[in-house]
Write a protein that binds this ligand. Structure first.
Ligand code: SF4
Length: 337
């Protein structure tokens, strides 16, 4: 008697992919290109995704590492990860017109940092050293903020007053690891204050919850996302922690190694918060061509959050809509913002 082959299936995480902050940041660059014409300069990758950056480059965006690389009098967009006040000051010195595409949920953390610093707190910022978001947040109150990477870091933390300490965090961390670090901090500082609401954003949390839900049933989890995307990398870690047989991060379908599928009946599939859905669709096609056609959605949450475009851009789009055509291009350079 022959046994029937085991059906191959895909568990598709929901929600996945582009979040409200990323959607807004990408649309900001696209609308700026339409409104002012290329080139439009963007400081750092607008979001951490190779495909998005390449697509916007083709449309005329120029990505730079530092503000001084932007020719004077031009337009520069700040990325979704946020920037320190010194970056705004430098842009003003160089007479650059700025559009701030910082995600409003990152701005919320910046404001918390400013407020607690003003009130004299030592701020313990849980996050990854060198990440753009952490650099931007730390720059809001450099004399009050110290970075705590993980529980092992806690022993080295020294504060002015152990009764006046608050923790904040990067928006894209692992929820579970962050709470471990908070636990270690609370052991050291029993009066440690928590932020008024979660700093780890709704999109990061929902994507981790969805991947957790499907990982125990998945022989392999594929996370679509770039290696410099913090929340995508966290999804791989969360999948492994939640029982996935294996988990890999890929930017594109053609990076999947056929050998990963050896003995795999169930593939879990998700994508980071900066990943356009077309990249997931290509992975689904790639898997379908190898017999994984049965797709089951694993739902963890509904998302309906949307953010409006940065106010500088909204204002110029409104002005453009009201102005005669010949006047529109005349408002391109900075100074009139
Ligand atoms: S991952 Fe969260 S903080 Fe980052 S851009 Fe998206 S919504 Fe904003």
């Amino acid at each position: 008697m022959t046994t029937a082959p085991t059906p191959r299936r895909i568990l598709l995480a929901s929600p996945r992919g582009v979040c409200a902050g990323v959607d807004r940041a990408i649309e900001t660059v696209e609308k700026a290109l339409e409104r002012y014409g290329p080139p439009v300069y963007v400081r750092h990758e607008i979001v951490h995704n190779k495909y998005v950056v390449k697509t916007l480059e083709k449309k005329g965006a120029i990505f730079v590492d530092e503000t001084f690389e932007v020719p004077e009098g031009n337009i520069v967009i700040f990325s979704a990860h946020g920037v320190a006040p010194v970056v705004h000051e430098e842009a003003a010195r160089r007479k650059l017109a700025t559009i701030d595409a910082t995600c409003p949920l990152v701005t919320k953390v910046h404001k918390e940092a400013v407020r607690y610093a003003r009130e004299g707190y030592d701020i313990l910022l849980i996050g990854h050293e060198g990440h753009e978001e952490v650099i931007g947040t730390s720059g809001e109150a450099p004399d009050h903020i110290q970075l705590v990477d993980d529980p092992d870091d806690v022993a080295n933390v020294e504060v002015r007053d152990p009764d006046k300490v608050v923790w904040l965090s990067q928006t894209t961390l692992s929820v579970d690891e962050t709470m471990e670090t908070v636990g270690a901090l609370k052991n050291k500082f029993p009066n440690l204050l928590s932020p008024p609401s979660d700093d780890i954003c709704y999109a990061t949390q929902n994507r981790q919850t969805a991947v957790k839900k499907m990982s125990a049933e998945s022989d392999l989890v594929i996370v679509v996302g770039s290696k410099n995307s913090s929340n995508s990398v966290r999804l791989v870690e969360v999948a492994l922690g939640a029982g996935a047989g294996a988990a890999h991060l890929v930017d594109y379908a053609d990076e999947i190694d056929e050998a990963w599928l050896d003995g795999v009946d169930t593939v879990g599939l998700t994508s980071g918060a900066s990943v356009p859905e077309i990249l997931v669709e290509r992975v689904l096609e790639w898997l379908a061509a190898r017999g994984y056609e049965d797709v089951e959605t694993v739902k963890a949450a509904e998302e309906s959050i949307a953010f409006s475009l940065p106010k500088e851009l909204r204002r110029d789009l409104r002005a453009e809509a009201a102005a005669p055509v010949e006047v529109r291009r005349a408002t391109r350079p900075g100074g009139e913002w």
